[in-house]
Design a protein around this ligand. Structure first.
Ligand code: FAD
Length: 548
């Protein structure tokens, strides 16, 4: 099996040499999905990302693949319907990355909907899943709720329900979209920032001016159509084409807290309503529990998005109200992460009531901006966007066949997992069981390549952090096969050490940097700079915790 990505310099050469059907700006889940859908239809695609795959909003989500129960309240039934259908497609097409999960929804006195309304909403949710859901919701008595989650016991608890939904690894889901697009011929590269845009109004192709953030060189990418999938930066990109273009985004900041699993031990995901009408989630994730999220207007720069002390206080107060005996306080918080929902501005709506539905807008110059939406609906957004490009491409003499991504397996699911697990290479590997299961869950059938690395160099079986299943080989694999180009890429978006490891993995980061240095031919200064950049990410994720 050859690598999906060609060497980076070959990709840069192709970007400046070829004329593409579509140039996609932004390598979050949306841009990655557009690139995958287009490449799978046989179109030629360039995909450029200014940082790393999923480095914008797409690694900072709650990591749920869900219908969005809450949107039934805002009357967005079609969005829930579409999300549930996409959830079920993803459960089948990426079983290693999107897993079914039972969500526990407790009902409380004086907050959230009364239990009978919740039951009605969950029945509607079951019906909208058209019977494809892994199971249906079940109502629970107060005692049954407490038997499942002891920490929910408190004077406000009345009863509860469990319902099926899904969870994922958002960054790796984005990456596998890109990997699939690349395996289908898309030319995709990171650290390429779009700095200029000249649409091809009358000429044969638009020009996308791209600056290589590693070398400082500028490259001109020519394409018949341009898609702006820059998420929270989409208005900035629109203004590269037309400086007077009106903003279409409403940015909403969402913050998560990371606390040790020992301080908030949960057996499964808890979705809990707040008195302000919001639905928050507590998600057990290995050594930690994630708590989120907030939903507040944001008007600053998308380049500088961090949790503030007020976010921490809000989430901790919510946790104390919901899990009284855990009595969480600020010193329990290990780290935070914050992201921006790139929602579409709708006059007269509060940020919480602003629709999560996507918008696809075509500028006068023919640049197509796609924004809004959800991680869950990314495939459908990709499909709808490429459908919108079809008439533009037809004018250039390019026929666009129908989408084929519905049901298309992701790269890690290209081979049946039963045959992977029973492959002699896998079960004869001398890895600890825990590490092997972890690798199978993370990489699916791509696990062979990681195991080939450990077979060639047994020292790469070493755990990156004692007590966690991640191994050194994953760093090498991330550099060789997954386009990782910094310690942060590996620790935040290829693994979860940023929030799961003690001290956010800073000690292991030194060894990871040395492994990356060998793979990417870094100088000592470059190795140091990558470590320093990761240390900065850690301190920014904790900055709001030091001010009281
Ligand atoms: P981004 O991921 O931000 O991608 C845009 C990319 O464009 C970035 O990587 C950026 O670096 C790049 N870019 C910008 N400018 C340029 C340029 N000039 N040149 C090149 N590249 C550029 N959805 C769910 O379905 N489930 C959830 O549980 C969920 N939870 C969420 C929780 C929070 C707190 C938030 C904020 C969102 C959540 N969402 C969830 C929504 C979902 O995460 C977003 O809708 C989705 O990630 C947006 O992806 P995107 O690709 O549009 O934007």
């Amino acid at each position: 099996m050859s690598a999906a990505f060609a060497p980076r310099d070959e990709r840069l050469a192709a970007l400046s040499r070829d004329v593409f059907d579509i140039a996609v700006i932004g390598g979050g889940i949306t841009g990655a999905a557009v690139a995958r859908d287009a490449a799978a239809r046989g179109l030629s695609v360039a995909l450029v990302e200014k940082d790393d795959w999923a480095a914008g909003t797409s690694w900072r989500s709650t990591k749920l693949v869900h219908g969005g129960l809450r949107y039934l309240e805002t009357g967005e039934v079609h969005l829930v319907f579409e999300s549930l259908a996409e959830r079920d497609l993803l459960l089948a097409a990426a079983p290693h990355l999107v897993r079914p999960a039972e969500f526990l929804l407790p009902s409380f006195r004086r907050r959230g909907r009364p239990a009978w309304q919740v039951a009605l909403g969950l029945t509607a949710y079951d019906l909208l899943a058209l019977g494809h859901a892994p199971s249906r919701h079940r109502r629970l008595s107060r005692e049954q709720v407490v038997a499942r989650e002891r920490l929910l016991e408190g004077p406000e608890l009345v009863s509860g329900a469990v319902y099926p939904d899904g969870r994922t690894d958002d960054a790796r889901l984005t990456l596998e979209n890109v990997l699939d697009a690349a395996s289908l011929g898309a030319v995709a590269a990171t650290r390429l920032e779009v700095v200029g845009l000249a649409p091809g109004r009358s000429g044969p192709a638009a020009r996308v001016e791209v600056r290589d953030r590693e070398s400082g060189r500028q490259v001109s990418v020519r394409a018949r159509c341009v898609v702006n999938a820059a998420g929270p930066w989409a208005d900035r990109v629109r203004r590269l084409e037309d400086a007077t273009s009106a903003g279409m985004l409403r940015l909403s900041r969402g913050v998560h807290l990371v606390v040790p699993a020992g301080r908030l031990p949960l057996s499964g995901i808890v979705a809990f309503p707040m008195p302000d009408g919001r639905l928050l989630f507590a998600i057990p994730d290995g050594a930690v529990t994630l708590l989120g999220t907030t939903d507040t207007d944001f008007s600053g720069s998308p380049d500088a998005v961090f949790a503030e002390r007020t976010d921490v206080d809000y989430l901790l107060a919510a946790a104390r109200q919901t899990f009284p005996s855990a009595a969480l306080i600020a010193s329990d918080v290990l780290a935070t992460f914050a992201g921006l929902r790139p929602l579409v501005f709708r006059p007269g709506k509060s940020v919480g009531k602003t629709s999560r539905e996507e918008a696809i807008v075509v500028s006068e110059g023919g640049v197509v901006t796609v924004t809004g939406g959800k991680l869950t609906t990314h495939r459908r957004m990709g499909e709808k966007t490429v459908d919108r490009l079809a008439p533009i491409l037809r004018r250039h003499g390019v026929a666009v066949p129908p989408s084929v991504t519905r049901g298309r397996p992701f790269p890690g699911a290209a081979q049946d997992m039963g045959s992977v697990v029973w492959d002699p290479d896998v079960w004869s590997s001398t890895l600890r069981d825990e590490a092997l299961v972890h690798l199978l869950e993370r990489y699916g059938c791509r696990v062979h390549k990681v195991l080939a690395l450990t077979a060639a160099k047994p020292e790469l079986r070493r755990p990156l952090v004692e007590g966690l299943p991640d191994i050194d080989a994953e760093v090498v694999f991330a550099a060789q096969e997954e386009d990782a180009r910094s310690v942060a890429d590996v620790f935040i978006r290829r693994t979860h050490l940023f929030w799961q490891a003690p001290r956010q993995g800073m000690e292991a980061a030194e060894r990871a940097a040395a492994l990356l240095a060998r793979e990417l031919h870094w100088s000592t200064e470059e190795e140091r700079a990558s470590l320093d950049a990761y240390a900065r990410e850690i301190s920014l994720s904790r900055a709001c915790l030091s001010s009281s």
